[in-house]
Design a protein around this ligand. Structure first.
Ligand SMILES: Cc1cc2nc3c(=O)[nH]c(=O)nc-3n(C[C@H](O)[C@H](O)[C@H](O)COP(=O)(O)O)c2cc1C
Length: 218
């Protein structure tokens, strides 16, 4: 089986989302050593956004009339869609930047959709852990309630458009220890960090158990 891990942080080793994804994958491999882990880092190796228009344009062009550039774009977006569709389990670490998903994540989603047959549920029932990290807090009653424009979109795309069996892990206030204006929130931030870490380990174990059950049933 293959576990596909996709990261998107632009913050390198300081990434809170990648740290949580590490916990999921470490727990998974502790129980299922030898399984294939495939990785893609959208923040480190961004996909070319200009591929999207070319691939979409190719979709309106009969195959025989496509330019070499269009043919290449179609092949590349199909590869991205196939990568997702062929995964048996998926871990997505997709942080909140500027109140939405990053341009890198949006590009990836657009390219995957362009590479899939229309309406294809690429992750039909595939166990998928979606990790979202945010520097601030967006819960009910907070000053920025309603400003997180990433999570609902991601739930729609991953859970509904692609049909994944979704587990969402959210960690907020990740900036509390580095932003002096958030000093009063450090304790709450630490509690949120601990519960996100616990949820990440549990998600890794649950993925491993599920793979084991499926192997036993096969
Ligand atoms: C360019 C940039 C934009 C950000 N925008 C937001 C934002 O709109 N809201 C927020 O709560 N945090 C914001 N943050 C903080 C990140 O959400 C926070 O650092 C989180 O931990 C990101 O995940 P990562 O650590 O995996 O990169 C931003 C951080 C950066 C670097």
């Amino acid at each position: 089986m293959t576990l596909l891990r996709i990261d998107a942080s632009i913050q390198g080793p300081r990434s809170a989302s990648s740290a949580l994804a590490d916990l999921v994958v470490d727990e998974f491999t502790a129980h299922r050593s030898g399984e294939q882990i495939r990785t893609r880092h959208l923040g480190v190796d961004p996909l070319p956004s200009e591929l999207w228009a070319t691939a979409v344009g190719a979709g309106f062009t009969p195959e025989a009339d496509r330019t070499p550039e269009q043919a290449d774009a179609v092949a590349r977006v199909r590869e991205l869609a196939d990568e997702l569709a062929s995964a048996d389990a998926v871990v997505l670490a997709l942080p909140l930047y500027n109140w939405g998903v990053s341009q890198h994540v949006k590009t990836w989603i657009d390219l995957v959709i362009a590479g899939a047959p229309q309406g294809a549920q690429l992750l039909d029932g595939t166990p998928t852990v979606l990790i979202v990290t945010r520097g601030g807090a967006y819960g009910p009653g907070t000053p920025k309630e309603g400003w997180d424009h990433s999570i609902d979109y991601l739930r729609r795309i991953v859970g509904e458009v692609w049909g994944a069996d979704l587990t969402v892990i959210e960690r907020e206030l990740t900036l509390a220890r580095v932003n002096p204006a958030m000093a009063g929130l450090v304790e709450l931030a630490d509690t949120m960090k601990e519960s996100a870490e616990q949820a990440a380990r549990e998600a890794g174990r649950t993925l491993a158990d599920r793979v084991q059950r499926e192997a036993d049933a096969a």
